[in-house]
Each structure stands twice: as C-alpha cells, then as structure tokens.
Design a protein around this ligand. Structure first.
Ligand SMILES: [Zn+2]
Length: 147
C-alpha cells in the first residue's frame, strides 16, 4: 500500500484506503481538522474539557474516535468523504494499551465499513479489524514500547 502522508497543522493524516487515519496531539484537533465546532454529538468544548477539566463537558473522554466525515451527509463512507479513525496521542501510554486502543477503534471502523450489518460477517469484520490494527501498530511503531 502506498501511504499518502499529509500534515495539516499537527494532525497527521494517513490514507488507509477505505478510511483515513488521523493522529492528533489532543482531541481538539479533530474539530480543527474538519473545521467544525461539533459533530456526531460531541463538541469542541467537550474535547477541551477533557484536556483541561474532566468535570466539564459531557464526560466523554476521547482516546480515539471513529465515525463518518462530517461532510458525508448521506453516510456513504466513500471518497472524497472517507470515514475517519482518530487517535488522540495525548493519551498514548507507550505500553500495550495503545495497541488495544487501536484495536478498539479498528473494530469500530470495520463495523462502520460493513454498515453495521455484521450478523453474517462477524468473522470477516473482526479479521478486517485485526488487519487494520496490525497495519496501524506497525505504521506508528506501537510495538516498540516506551513504557
Ligand atoms: Zn468505542
């Protein structure tokens, strides 16, 4: 696979084919990236609150986030509005839990890409998530534990 790395502000974007992998320094960057104040039920204040004061905002702690591109009004999950898998680097711990976080989001993207109709595709969706996890872990060198 050819990786197309673009840096927009400090957000790292990697085209993964069916989705974009976004890696930000904190949760506010995803709102900056899409130039929105809110999307999918979360807003910039929630993202800021988690960074500053956990008692403010809606209490959602954004370690990672997988969803449709907010411009994808028809929820087609296709180019030019591929869905995103966002990872909040601020909460990376440098140990194996970073990998389980990637796997958590990879499960979300695999299910999204199957339109949530995984009743007869459980094994396919989970295998797809496993493959994405392996790719992302290698790409970000998350197997080189720092802790
Ligand atoms: Zn989740």
């Amino acid at each position: 696979m050819i990786m197309n790395n673009l840096y927009i502000n400090s957000m790292k974007k990697i085209d993964m084919g069916k989705f974009v992998l976004l890696i930000g320094k904190d949760a506010t960057e995803i709102f900056d990236y899409y130039n929105v104040d809110q999307m999918h039920g979360l807003n910039r204040k929630d993202a800021q609150a988690e960074e500053v004061d956990k008692t403010k905002g809606n209490g959602v702690y954004i370690y990672g986030w997988t969803n449709y591109d907010p411009r994808d009004k028809k929820l087609k999950a296709k180019a030019p509005y591929k869905p995103f898998l966002f990872l909040n680097k601020k909460h990376f711990k440098g140990d194996f839990t970073d990998i389980t976080l990637v796997n958590h989001e990879a499960m979300h993207i695999a299910i999204l890409l199957n339109n949530w109709k995984i009743v007869d595709k459980e094994e396919d969706a989970i295998t797809q998530a496993e493959e994405y996890t392996n790719k992302i872990v290698r790409l970000l060198k998350l197997d080189k534990f720092t802790n």
